[in-house]
Design a binder for this molecule. Structure first.
Ligand code: 0WD
Length: 256
């Protein structure tokens, strides 16, 4: 469909072909959007370049951005402004936690790991929203990626669950701040998907097995389903929705 023709969308967080952000990129590309990517590691740029070529996607630009550094965020958005002028959407698909923090008891989380998880996974949305707003002069839509561990205790998810809770609260506060500029802010809460980041979560296979057995749809979700839901939240079709957390998890979250 041509749902996103003429729309410039920034996608942050493609590390490889399994990344949720890459599933989102494919949905947006099919809908006709112009895409701008940001990456952190050089390795990710290489993967991204290969993926774009393989899929025949012509990106407007691929821009380095480490969301842990304000200067990096500012430089990235200055370059995006030069290339695109106006942007209409932003996809934040970024999180980081050290592996030691994703096992055992939450109580043992160190101050340093806790701060790093909050900074990379929750504050980063606030920091990029502020820069994106300056380029969203025709209104816009910002979508981030969350997880059930924000709402419930999910074994081993620990401080990342606390960071996702902060992320979802940030979505609501940003939605209030930015609504007057016709900029919407929402989150997708995705089910478990095998990606590079997921490798860091202990017991991830068990989680996927439980979902397959118990979720209303009796299966896990994939990147294309998260991609299509994110496309909806970025598009005109969701124009009445802001401050929302949309579960794309085969219904798993409704279970007691
Ligand atoms: O089951 C899952 N995989 C779920 C993931 C279920 C529900 C939610 N999510 C969330 C994650 O928590 C994250 O917020 O989706 C988002 C994307 O995760 P993913 O697709 O599972 O993970 P991955 O493919 O590893 O991409 C994460 C990217 C990586 O890119 P780079 O270029 O750095 O390799 O986030 C990046 C991470 O490194 N990232 C950063 N990017 C810029 N600056 C930073 C940073 N400081 N820290 C991490």
């Amino acid at each position: 469909s041509g749902l996103m023709v003429g729309k410039n969308i920034v996608i942050m967080g493609v590390a490889n072909e399994r990344s949720i952000a890459w599933g989102i990129a494919k949905s947006l590309h099919e809908a006709g959007a112009n895409l701008i990517f940001t990456y952190r590691k050089e390795r990710s740029l290489q993967k991204l370049t290969d993926l774009l070529q393989k899929e025949g996607v012509q990106a407007l630009d691929c821009v380095p951005c480490d969301v842990a550094e304000d200067a990096s965020i500012e430089a990235a958005f200055a370059r995006i402004q030069e290339k695109a002028g106006v942007i209409h959407g932003l996809v934040h698909s970024i999180a980081f936690a050290d592996k030691e923090g994703l096992q055992g008891e939450f109580m043992n989380t160190s101050r340093a790991s806790y701060h790093q998880a909050q900074d990379s996974s929750a504050y980063s949305l606030v920091a990029v929203a502020k820069e994106a707003k300056k380029l969203m002069t025709e209104g816009g839509s910002i979508v981030t990626q969350s997880y059930l561990g924000a709402e419930r205790v999910v074994k081993n998810y620990n401080m990342m669950g606390v960071a996702k809770a902060a992320l979802e609260a940030s979505v609501r506060y940003l939605a209030e701040d930015l609504g007057k500029y016709n900029i919407r802010v929402n989150a997708v809460s995705a089910g478990a998907i095998r990606t590079l980041s997921a490798k860091g979560v202990s017991g991830f296979n068990d989680i996927m097995g439980t979902i397959e057995e118990k979720a209303p749809l009796r299966r896990n979700v994939d990147q294309s389903e998260v991609g299509d839901a994110t496309l909806f939240l970025l598009s005109h079709l969701s124009r009445g929705i802001t401050g929302e957390v949309l579960h794309v998890d085969a219904g798993y979250h409704i279970l007691g």
